[in-house]
Ligand binder design. Structure first.
Ligand SMILES: [Zn+2]
Length: 190
């Protein structure tokens, strides 16, 4: 097992579904990476390339994530969109570009993704960028807000600030200040 696989299991990352399966030696059950069942201990995990391989090693499919049934095409589409966005959110990704990569019409992609996930591909992309920006604001005090905005895929700092405020209820500057103050207070308490 590599680190990416272990992270996928811990985070129930559905973008890894179909790429591998994992069995838990203490229960004899195997799952998809996205399964919401309790995270097993690292030393009890065995990785398989396919459901067939897991079965032939004596593992039974989990009743919750049904790893022995193939992904439905729409699940594959959602997984595909998420995988591309997670990997390339810093690029100027458009709905058209996503649709082209998945060989679908932009209209169809937008509608299906929204129906299955409750958000549009554009919403998902923005949420991913904001998540990355939050992490950078918390952990990289020396980078300016403009640098962070551009690094996570926004075209300008002002657009970034507007979106950030809308999604989190505070400005990037205030968000950062909370963490820096909290960090300083923690230091002082030691
Ligand atoms: Zn499962």
């Amino acid at each position: 097992m590599d680190e990416a696989q272990w992270k996928a299991i811990v985070n129930c990352d559905e973008t890894f579904d179909g790429r591998f399966f994992y069995g838990v030696t203490t229960t004899g059950i195997f799952c998809r990476p996205s399964c919401r069942s309790r995270t097993p201990l690292l030393e009890h995990v065995r990785i398989f390339k396919s459901a067939v391989e897991a079965r032939s090693a004596g593992f039974r499919p989990c009743k919750r994530c049904r790893p022995d049934t193939p992904l439905r095409p729409e699940e594959e589409m959602v997984q595909g969109v998420k995988a591309i966005v997670n990997r390339r959110f810093v690029e100027p990704l458009t709905l058209e570009a996503l649709a082209q990569e998945l060989s679908m019409s932009p209209y169809h992609l937008h509608r299906m993704f929204k129906r299955l996930t409750g958000v549009t591909p554009a919403d998902y992309l923005v949420a991913k960028r904001i998540e990355a920006a939050k992490e950078a604001l918390r952990t990289e005090p020396l980078r300016t807000i403009t640098e962070i905005a551009l690094a996570v895929g926004f075209r300008s700092a002002s657009h970034f600030s507007t979106v950030f405020r809308k999604m989190t209820g505070c400005s990037p500057k205030d968000y950062r200040a909370q963490y820096i103050t909290a960090g300083t207070a923690q230091e002082a308490a030691r």
